[in-house]
Design a protein around this ligand. Structure first.
Ligand code: ZN
Ligand code: ZN
Ligand code: FE
Length: 763
């Protein structure tokens, strides 16, 4: 039998890991498991690389935290699975002295086990105190105003520590030695229950109990959490959830849930070891889990997964222990606005949504949403990078010792910005879609914020090439302030691919596949089904999808039936309107059809697109799953979920055209889908065959490109089935697939890719 293939695991562990015997611990563990690699202290904590069979690496990871030396503590840990490089033995390396330890802002960390025990210990002076924390846990990024990180530069400044707190804070032996947010009931912040006019109804423990009672009674509670307000309702109370949906104007988009415990979450969801690890990690993100039961239908209608998190602040722990049942915990905002962080402002911004407010007097310096991850092919993938992760720096690959400071402004949807400084990329927290004045303000604040925190004056500003993105316009206007600043524009899909290649440290050349909904191509059309060969010097687009027209342009994003019409028109021309039984055509009122016929014929307001995302939409509409969207990505989700229980290995015909470049022609596939429909095949089977076909397209282009490495990026690869199928088929065909891990495959990853692109230019 062959030995299991070797993989390499990189671990970046931040926290109390230096000077506490952590490196010898790592060395012992590695030697014990027979894995090779190295460990060294770095600016952020400890950097580890281990190489060996996957099972041993997973064992290493599991034991690393559990068997840690006394006094050590891992606050935040990010892992990357990389290609093995053939290490020989295990070494403790000298620190490479990069960066400065005090120049790192930590993310907000979930309540640690020690604090949790004290929180529920009636003998402890912080019994039931909702702001308990220590050096291992508590707020960081959401309270820091400036660096270096000490209390005077945080929103804890107004709270003067009492004698006992000060003693802990100054005692090097104490768990609260220099815990900047250290506080107790005598000297720290406290909670208040407010009515809709901001009148104080109660304070302290009474406020908390009464807030819990409101939730039990089916009310909508606005709770001031770590990085902003959350709206909380009893998840099992259909009326309450319905009222929240109506008031938030959020008809169908899934809500996240908070469960009182992992045990309680297991009653409703299937939870793997990796998923449990993510749920219980210091980052404590929302984890997408497979649901076991059809309870709580309004929480995530028609969705086989639930977004679940566990209590991560003492306030959440107290509330959830009091309630003992799962609650909807969704961000306290109006659609397309950033999450609300100030209680006085919340009275207006959440007016008409919340029934009652649980506020507190520790100011939130910047909004930080709950992060979202899922586990795919045994690895975590971050879909929304915010609380618990932001603003941890990410490596720049290939490493560049000397580079200018660069600010990247991202794209338009799921906006995030990034700063490159001192060989690291600092990616901001998730900002959201730049659709409202409030969101654009938050975007500008995030840019100023990153620069202020790290004392950076970037000489290069980089944006998307789309001239109408507010982010691009902002970059243009900023250039006006200092005309000497370098101005770089990066094509959207190239930024996606570079982000994926960089975070996986892929040695170039490599093939990069980028499939998403929308991005401006260099030819002025809408791209989104693109293949690039990336070398150290160049990026060449070597393949794409056949184009079709999008009647109505941006409006087609909301209406899959328009994409379907565009696809069908390419095949049948004007005759399409006479064909019987086409669901997308039937979905329009007859009086509209002449207008569409004219648009498609003349091209009026009907741009060409090669978007894979729109092809997903078209297929969802064709098979009758969804004609109009309630939220972005809904049709693609329908298509993915339709497959549940319909596994098949079959796929449709794949045809390519050679000119002008290698082009996937979906026409034979669509024709076979229509035939399947006529023959009464189920949506699930058609969807599975469609997904399988797209995986074959990737394998075919990889063969054509002759590149052994293939990186998968873009919003379409949030689709678990597509990514897993593509990765397995690539592996089975002798290729090595890469996909996103710490950086989202969606447009939240664009700013990081823009940084990489701008630094490539500098070389
Ligand atoms: Zn703690
Ligand atoms: Zn105190
Ligand atoms: Fe994109």
């Amino acid at each position: 039998m062959d030995a299991a293939p070797k993989e390499r695991l990189r671990i970046l562990a931040r926290g109390c890991v230096q000077g506490v015997g952590f490196r010898p611990h790592v060395h012992r563990l590695a030697t014990n498991l027979g894995v090779t690699g190295w460990v060294r202290n770095c600016a952020q904590g400890v950097s580890i690389e281990v190489e060996g069979p996957r099972r041993d690496l997973e064992g290493f990871l599991r034991r690393l935290a559990v068997e840690r030396p006394p006094n050590s503590f891992i606050e935040a840990m990010e892992t990357w699975w990389l290609a093995s490089t053939g290490y020989d033995g295990f070494k403790i390396l000298e620190s490479n002295g990069e960066g400065q330890i005090n120049a790192i802002v930590m993310p907000d960390l979930a309540t640690c086990p020690d604090c949790l025990e004290e929180l529920f210990d009636p003998g402890n002076r912080r019994f039931h105190y909702p702001f308990i924390n220590c050096t291992h846990c508590g707020p960081r990024y959401s309270i820091v105003e400036a660096l270096p990180y000490d209390r005077a530069r945080t929103s804890m400044r107004p709270f003067v520590m009492c004698e006992e707190c000060a003693r802990e804070y100054n005692d090097p032996e104490n768990r609260r030695f220099h815990a900047e947010p250290n506080a107790c009931p005598n000297c720290g912040p406290f909670v208040e229950l407010w009515d809709l006019d901001g009148r104080v109804l109660s304070q302290h423990g009474k406020a908390l109990l009464s807030a819990a009672q409101h939730v039990r009674d089916g009310k909508i509670l606005a709770l001031k959490g770590i990085g902003g307000f959350q709206l909380i309702v009893n998840a099992s109370n259909q009326n309450a959830v319905q009222r929240l949906r109506a008031r938030k104007h959020r008809e169908e988009k899934p809500f996240a849930l908070m469960y009182p415990s992992l045990y309680a979450a297991r009653c409703d969801c299937e939870i793997s070891e990796a998923e449990a690890g993510a749920l219980q990690s210091p980052a404590s993100p929302i984890v997408l889990l497979r649901r076991l039961r059809e309870e709580m239908p309004l929480v995530a209608p028609g969705n086989p997964r639930l977004g679940v998190m566990l209590p991560y602040s003492p306030l959440h722990h107290l509330l959830m222990r009091e309630l003992g049942f799962p609650v909807v915990a969704t961000s306290g905002n109006r659609t397309d606005e950033p999450i609300c962080i100030d209680e006085n402002e919340s009275l207006t911004r959440l007016d008409g949504i919340a029934d009652v407010y649980l506020a507190h007097n520790r100011r939130i310096v910047r909004h930080v949403d709950d992060s979202i991850v899922h586990v795919m092919l045994g690895r975590e993938q971050v879909l929304r990078r915010a609380r618990g992760y932001a603003p941890l720096p990410l490596p720049i690959h290939p490493r560049t010792a000397d580079h200018p400071q660069v600010i990247a402004v991202g794209a338009h949807l799921k906006s995030a910005v990034a700063l490159a400084s001192d060989g690291q990329a600092f990616v901001s927290q998730h900002i959201g879609d730049l659709e409202t004045v409030e969101a654009f303000d938050a975007f500008r604040r995030a840019i100023a914020d990153l620069q202020n925190l790290y004392g950076a004056t970037p000489g290069v500003i980089v944006s998307d090439t789309h001239p109408d993105y507010l982010s691009t316009k902002f970059a243009d206007s900023r250039r006006g302030d200092s005309p000497s600043a370098g101005r770089v524009r990066v094509q959207h899909h190239i930024a996606h691919v570079l982000a994926c290649l960089a975070e996986n440290e892929v040695a170039l050349p490599s093939l990069g596949v980028c499939w998403d909904g929308t991005g401006l191509g260099v030819d002025g059309s809408v791209w989104g089904g693109e293949f690039f060969v990336v070398t150290r010097e160049n990026v060449e687009r070597i393949a794409t999808f056949r184009r079709f027209r999008l009647p109505g342009g941006d409006q087609a994003v909301q209406e899959p039936r328009r994409s379907a019409l565009g696809v069908l028109y390419e095949i049948y021309g004007p005759a399409v309107f006479a064909i019987e039984g086409l669901r997308p055509v039937q979905a329009f009122s007859a009086s509209w059809l002449p207008t569409f016929a004219h648009m498609l014929k003349s091209g009026l307001n009907s741009p060409w697109t090669s978007s894979a995302g729109r092809l997903f939409d078209a297929v969802a509409a064709l098979i009758g799953l969804r004609q109009q969207l309630a939220f972005e990505g809904q049709a693609a989700m329908d298509l993915e979920f339709a497959m549940e229980g319909f596994g098949t290995d079959e796929s449709y015909a794949v045809r390519f055209d050679e000119e002008p470049i290698f082009t996937f022609d979906w026409q034979p596939m669509i024709a076979e889908i229509l035939r399947d429909l006529r023959e009464g095949a189920s949506a699930g089977v058609i969807s599975a065959k469609f997904h399988n076909t797209l995986a074959e397209v990737i394998v075919a282009v990889a063969r054509r490109a002759g590149q052994p490495q293939v990186a998968l990026s873009g919003g379409c690869f949030q689709n678990r089935y597509l990514t897993e199928r593509a990765a397995r088929r690539l592996e089975g065909s002798g290729f090595r697939p890469f996909w996103h891990q710490r950086i989202p495959p969606n447009d939240g990853g664009i700013a990081y890719g823009q940084i990489i692109a701008a630094l490539r230019n500098q070389r």
